[in-house]
Design a protein around this ligand. Structure first.
Ligand code: CDP
Length: 208
């Protein structure tokens, strides 16, 4: 069983994916972390983000079990991740890794931007989780503040909009809702309501 969850930055898809994986007894992969891990390695070595050959080499040696979300969630790493995410050869390498994660039993929940369209087009069920840019910027600002990081709502909103634009306009695997994905707009929902709605959608799809 594969659950594909896509959506824009800070839509809540990561939290949802984690809880859904727990609920259905599946493994979970936040594919954004794979792009973040490659970007962080390039930044740490002071290499240009456009150096695709090195990026591919880093991706080949990536150990999913070693990815540390608390380090990789830094704001500037998210920005760098979206810049390297336009590199087609790098995406091929990461997609290979993501698919092999999904292939292991008992199945998995994968979240990202292109799971329903490219990584797992035959997923059992696909969700596209979204929310207004303002709601997402509010959530991301609160999340950063709660971790003791500095955050300014206006600049977070601007960054999110710029990243959404880059992610949806790129030529390789742009972020978009798959034709057979169910749209879940969480603008007016808290996480509990969004979770229940997602459980209902997945339970229905699983039984058909
Ligand atoms: O957590 P947040 O929504 O801020 O971002 P993320 O899911 O960690 O993804 C960071 C960046 O990686 C995105 O802005 C995308 O450019 C890229 N990404 C992608 O291209 N394809 C994926 N399947 C996942 C992430």
């Amino acid at each position: 069983m594969i659950v594909a969850i896509d959506g824009p930055a800070a839509s809540g898809k990561g939290t949802l994916a984690r809880r859904l994986a727990d609920h259905f007894g599946l493994r979970h992969l936040d594919t954004g972390l794979t792009y973040r891990a490659v970007a962080a390695a390039l930044l740490a070595q002071g290499l240009p983000l456009g150096d695709e050959a090195v990026a591919i080499e880093i991706a080949r040696n990536l150990d999913l079990a070693q990815m540390d979300k608390s380090v990789l969630s830094a704001h500037e790493i998210g920005e760098a991740a979206s810049r390297i995410a336009v590199l087609g050869g790098l995406r091929e390498e990461l997609v290979r890794l993501q698919r092999s994660f999904g292939d292991l039993p008992p199945g998995a929940v994968l979240d990202g931007r292109d799971i329903g369209t490219v990584v797992c087009p035959d997923a059992t069920v696909k969700l596209f989780v979204t929310a207004s840019p303002e709601a997402r910027a509010r959530r991301r600002t609160d999340e950063m503040l709660s971790k003791g990081q500095e955050a300014n709502y206006a600049s977070v909103l601007e960054d999110l909009k710029r990243r959404d634009e880059r992610d949806s306009k790129r030529t390789v695997a742009p972020m978009k809702q798959a034709d057979d994905a169910v749209l879940l707009d969480t603008t007016e929902m808290d996480i509990e309501t969004a979770f229940q709605a997602a459980v209902d959608i997945i339970s229905r799809a699983k039984d058909t």
